[in-house]
Design a protein around this ligand. Structure first.
Ligand code: ADP
Ligand code: MG
Length: 276
């Protein structure tokens, strides 16, 4: 029997093994890898490594796509897009440290506080994306959605399942606490989500309300105190007090307009000395 026939049937068997094991990318790459191996006289080890690396890379890419789809991120923002010059209150070194995802190992929470438009959601999305990219299960939601979903779950008898869902991700973003008035039972749902994750997994929370007002926001001062106790115990608080990024262009335009109208008094602010 000529060796090529044996080789051909071996090749078919190999294809069969790869198909059976559902290694579709390796199966597809097999002819090219074998050609390269022959042409470049690769060792058996090098050839196998080359073939399996293709499958590993494809699997990693698929898993990343899956994690990002699950993460439910509302925008394509990344930390690299963040303009630190526009927001001097945000320390680039701190964000770089958080971008390493080390805070997830110690279940440290991140609280981003500040008025609308200062980049809280952008940073939360950027950090969540980093976590997902590094292989962590990540989920983005906002306080109103979380409250609504917990409310439905309570009515439909799915409370335990829903709590397990919010306990699952290594990084859970709860965006926009304080923007919308929350229904009465939301405080306890939010507390339970925070409490079951306490010291186990991280929460990235954003809010436009100082923590002194959370009693009002949650409609219950003792629940707010207990929630803040868990949330802040091991946490990084980023207090952003700067100007709204959304209004920046608007400010620049009005500043330009003002300068154009009053060319002799360029340094005056909006409440400038009107006696001049
Ligand atoms: P917040 O959640 O604090 O209300 P966002 O994160 O939604 O603010 O930011 C509002 C808009 O301005 C978004 O389009 C965001 O990408 C952009 N933005 C805010 N801060 C910055 C920044 N420092 N660099 C680049 N873009 C920014
Ligand atoms: Mg926001």
């Amino acid at each position: 029997m000529p060796p090529t026939t044996t080789e051909a049937s071996r090749y078919q068997q190999l294809r069969g093994h790869l198909a059976y094991l559902k290694l579709a990318d390796a199966a597809e790459a097999l002819p090219a890898v074998l050609d390269t191996a022959k042409a470049e006289k690769l060792s058996t080890t090098a050839t196998l490594e080359k073939l399996l690396r293709i499958e590993v890379q494809a699997t990693e890419a698929r898993r990343l796509t899956g994690r990002l789809r699950f993460a439910n991120l509302p925008t394509a923002a990344t930390l690299d897009d963040f303009d630190y010059d526009a927001q001097p209150g945000v320390d680039p070194a701190l964000i770089a440290d958080l971008a390493s995802n080390r805070y997830l190992d110690s279940a440290t929470n991140i609280l981003l506080i500040g008025p609308p438009g200062v980049g809280k959601t952008m940073l939360a999305v950027g950090l969540a994306r980093r976590a997902a990219e590094a292989g962590h299960r990540t989920y983005f939601t906002n306080a109103a959605d979380l409250a609504a979903r917990c409310h439905r779950a309570a009515i439909e008898g799915r409370w335990a399942t829903t709590m397990r869902f919010y306990a699952g991700p290594a990084a859970l973003v709860i965006d926009e606490l304080g923007y919308l008035p929350l229904p009465a039972e939301a405080a306890s749902a939010l507390f339970q989500v925070v409490n079951q994750r306490y010291l186990k997994t991280s929460i990235i929370m954003t809010t436009n309300r100082p923590i002194t007002e959370w009693g009002q926001v949650l409609g219950d001062t003792s629940v707010a105190a207990a929630l803040l106790d868990r949330l802040l115990h091991r946490s990084v608080v980023i207090d952003i007090t700067g100007d709204s990024y959304r209004l920046r262009d608007h400010h620049a335009r009005t500043d330009n307009l003002r300068r154009a109208l009053r060319p002799t008094t360029p340094s005056q602010g909006p409440y400038g000395d009107h006696r001049a």
